[in-house]
Design a protein around this ligand. Structure first.
Ligand SMILES: [Zn+2]
Length: 305
């Protein structure tokens, strides 16, 4: 299948949420959903020429491309982990318009969990790849005049470097961090910080890769174990089209680091046959990375299609 066969059309309504399950590292992983939104195609593709990226992610008239904010649920032995924290609802009409925020059939992080029979109170952990607003915005909700955690009983795992970046007033990506996404969780005593490489739970390991942001972290299911493996990329690889090492977003704070880590992790995912979980891809929540000559291709996972 060619890359353009999976290109979201510029104007068509994106598909409604449809949950699929797979197993990796003893975890059952299900795609949730929070929102569709759109960002400038040039910013999402960095130095990649538009003539190349427009075939994979066709832009609308204003040059924006379709993206998803798609968290996942991982379950094992009664433990429930939400991977990544969505966009949420705390957006002014103006910003919701700028980002083209869109929720078909009123789906959201809490709505999709509820549809699968999970209460907000039953979530034990939330793992976040980094703290940009599009990755954690749904974890805090307004209740009256207060901002409160969406998951009252969940430990929220942030990379330590992200808290530092978010609290640095002169940070070059200051616009990507919002104190209201972070401080209510810290004040509630729910945040745990991790650095470098960590085995968070059996069969779930975190690796800090940096590049896109200082603390950018990937989550692996089944590392070092027999059987299927899965990788949640966060913004190391934002969509199933950003799978060649130089396809680096203009947002990244450390491009050489991004290139080094993307080269390493794309090769590892292909060599180990990992299923990859793409947070921002509007069409494909699960794919497998394979080599295609000197390039990579993202192929469908047959048991899920
Ligand atoms: Zn992002």
């Amino acid at each position: 299948m060619t890359e353009s066969a999976h290109a979201p059309s510029a104007d068509a309504q994106p598909p409604a949420w449809s949950p699929h399950e797979l197993e990796a590292g003893g975890w059952r992983i299900t795609n949730l959903f929070d929102a569709y939104f759109r960002l400038d195609g040039g910013a999402m593709w960095g130095v990649v020429p538009k003539n190349l990226w427009k075939r994979m992610t066709p832009p609308a008239e204003d040059n924006t491309i379709h993206l998803a904010a798609r968290p996942y649920l991982a379950e094992k032995d009664g433990m429930k982990v939400v991977i990544e924290g969505g966009m949420g609802d705390r957006w002014s009409e103006k910003l919701a318009g700028i980002y083209h925020l869109d929720r078909p059939e009123a789906t959201s992080l809490s709505g999709t969990l509820g549809a699968l029979g999970h209460s907000l109170e039953s979530i034990d952990h939330v793992v976040c790849s980094h703290c940009h607003f599009d990755h954690i915005g749904a974890l805090v909700v307004e209740r009256g005049d207060e901002l409160v955690p969406l998951f009252p009983n969940a430990r929220v795992h942030f990379p330590a470097a992200e808290l530092i970046a978010a609290r640095t007033p002169e940070h070059p990506r200051r616009a990507s961090y919002r104190a209201d996404d972070i401080e209510p969780l810290v004040a509630a005593g729910l945040v745990d910080l991790h650095e470098e490489d960590t085995e968070l739970l059996p069969g779930l390991t975190l690796h800090q890769v940096g590049g896109h942001s200082e603390g950018m972290t990937v989550a692996l299911f089944g590392e070092g174990m027999d059987g299927p493996k899965a990788a949640f990329w966060g913004d190391l690889i934002p969509t199933t089209h950003h799978i060649q090492p130089p396809y680096i977003m203009a947002y990244d704070v450390d491009v050489p680091r991004s290139f080094e880590m993307r080269t390493k992790w794309l090769a590892r995912a292909a060599d180990e046959g990992m299923v990859t979980l793409s947070y921002h891809d509007p069409l494909r929540p699960f794919t497998r990375l394979v080599r295609d000559g000197r390039r990579y291709a993202a192929v469908d996972v047959p048991e899920l299609s």
